[in-house]
Design a protein. Structure first.
Length: 225
């Protein structure tokens, strides 16, 4: 329910059975759909890969931003295109006190410069789905926007189960928590796959400069039921 000065937000993240080769690396395609005050604001394809030592990399993103239900822009970045570079989303062995790390980089006009550091380890957090032990908390921030950080809580075998904040900026004080966790049946997964492939196809028109050199996403993976 909306409160004064606040809006409800719902984010649905789905691991698809699609892959896409980016910068010579076969990545896993994630579809994330973001609703603000009940209205679609930003669907996004995100591309992840894991290296041989276990680090998880973010290799690119294709978001579509909507205003009042109408498409506005698609500020995509793809590693290896127009100066963009992949970054680390999750370290294989996160340790307190280690240096912060780039989560990716894209020059203007996208201007993606997010970084992260290990904030806390071995935490416990409870959501409507379950209480989780041994949770890793990372602090994400943009060096060009001091005074605002996002805290992300990662549970083993599940992923991001909570989002919190640190800092002085009132508008950045957003909180999210996991309220539902589902394993899709083949029919539901096929519907998500179709949506993701449609977005991937639109990207060649809406973000042609950074997307045109990449091969199309393919249905190559098996996702456990």
């Amino acid at each position: 329910m909306d409160e004064e000065g606040r809006q409800t937000r719902r984010v649905v993240t789905t691991v698809t059975d699609l892959s896409k080769v980016i910068d010579g690396v076969r990545t896993l395609v994630i579809l994330e759909t973001d609703y603000t005050a009940g209205q679609l604001s930003e669907p996004e394809l995100a591309f992840f890969a894991q290296d041989n030592t276990g680090n998880v990399w973010l290799v690119g993103e294709y978001p579509e931003e909507y205003e009042n239900g109408e498409f506005d822009k698609a500020p995509a970045w793809i590693s290896g295109q127009k100066g963009a570079r992949a970054g680390i989303t999750m370290k294989a062995e996160p340790q307190l006190g280690t240096p912060d790390y780039a989560q990716g980089f894209a020059p203007p006009p996208v201007d993606f410069t997010d970084r992260a550091r290990v904030y806390k380890t071995h935490q416990k957090t409870c959501t409507p789905v379950e209480c989780y032990e041994n949770v890793l908390v990372t602090e994400e921030f943009n060096p060009t926007e001091p005074g605002a950080s996002q805290l992300k809580y990662y549970a083993s075998g599940v992923g991001n189960v909570r989002v919190g904040w640190r800092g002085e900026k009132e508008e950045e004080k957003e909180t999210l928590e996991l309220v539902d966790l589902n394993h899709l049946d083949p029919e539901a997964l096929a519907k998500v796959r179709k949506k993701a492939l449609q977005m991937d196809g639109r990207a060649y028109e809406r973000s042609s400069e950074v997307y045109r050199e990449t091969p199309k996403a393919q249905h190559t993976l098996r996702v456990g039921q």
